[in-house]
Structures are given as C-alpha cells and as structure tokens.
Design a protein. Sequence first.
Length: 257
Amino acid sequence: MAKLLVGMLHLPPLPGSPRGRSSLDAIEKLLLADARALAEAGFDAAIVENYGDVPFHKDRVEPSTVAAMTRLAATVRGAAGGMTLGINVLRNDAASALAVAFAVGAEFIRVNVHVGATATDQGVIEGRAAETLRLRAALGADVEIWSDVHVKHGTSLAHSSIEGEAEDAVLRGLADALIVSGRATGEPASLDEVRRVKALALEAPVYVGSGVTEGNVREVLACSDGVIVGTALKEEGRTANPVDRGRALRFVEKARG
C-alpha cells in the first residue's frame, strides 16, 4: 500500500486574530501558491490550518474564523488538482473543522484532542468525541476524523501511555486515523512510539505528524502509514514561511525512493 504524503498549508494570521493584518485576498494568493507547489511536487493531500491565529482558543473559534477558513479551503479545493483535503481548526474546534470540511467537500479533519483530557498552554482541553461523531452523523458528512495521540504542545492527563490513548481514540472515539507527533511543531516523533501504536493493529492508519524531513522520511515511512510535513518544506525551514518548491520536490523524490 502506498504511503501517504500530506503537506501543511499554514495560514497566516486571519482577520480578527490578534496579529491579523492581511486581507483575505492577500492570504488567498499566498495559499494558492503553497497549494500548487504541494500539488506539483506530488503530495497526496494537504491540511488547511489556522496556524497564525495565536494565541489559540482551546475550543470554539469566532464565526469570522470559520467563514474565512471556509472561503480559503474552497479555493484550495478548486485549484489544487487531485489532492485530498483536510481541515484543522486550532486549537481543538472539531465542530468548526467538520463544518468547514462538509461545506467544501474536504475528506478529513484533524482533531488534536479527540478523547481524554490534555494540559496545554490554552488550559485543560477535553476531548469531545461524542459531539463530533454526532455532528458528523447529523450532517451526513463523509469526512474522516484523524486523531492525535499524546498531541504536541500538551501533556495527556487521562492516558499515561500512548497506547491507551490510541485504543480509546479508535475503539471508543471511533477515530478513522491516528497521528503521532513530537513534543512541539517541527520536533521529531519518537519512532518507538510510532511502532508501538502500529503494533496495536487497530485497523486505523498511523501517520507521523511532526519533525519529518528529507533526511529522515524514509526511516519514518518504514514504520508508519504516511507523514504530515510542514516546516521542512518551507523557505529557510521556517514554519511561517511560504512553501519552497525545490524543498517540496526533493522531499517527495526522497520519500518515493
């Protein structure tokens, strides 16, 4: 089975966020360039994420954020070729992510805390799997839920082991896929943890969600079902910078081997 390559589309600060200075027209232009760079490099999928909206709400975002992300995601859907599309509304607004995905025809959402409870810089975030699954059913949305386990920038309060959170996410939270990441954006995940989650054989793909580079992608893919990469593809290796087409091309060439 082919390993999935997912690129990040990190949005700059949106209008209404503390550092939001750019118009939606200007953001859309940057986003389109990044999306086309990923598509032309050969990525299978992309995730639209409101990365620039710090500090994040721990759950519900403003309606203006939902509206802006819907417009921007729809633009990506129309211009990014055959790439699969995902939505992540930070820090943990699964309901809004699902609404945006449903509206634009995206295939999946990423949920940082789907089950249990996690201590973060936004406070304690509790999973809302019951609400998310019921909203998906009410909408009749064919949208997958990708759940982080022991998510970056947080410490699980409910699960001492990553295996316990993975099992709860799939067996009790009905997540469709799992994401293992490092401690922070751009930091490598523990491959031991990736292997341990894979060994559970939960019938949900396991993706690595941070710290993947051109130098380690082959090793990471050997023990996972795919990777989610952002920082390593950006100009000068800086997360907030635009996608570097050369880096994106080299990454895919290395990954595909």
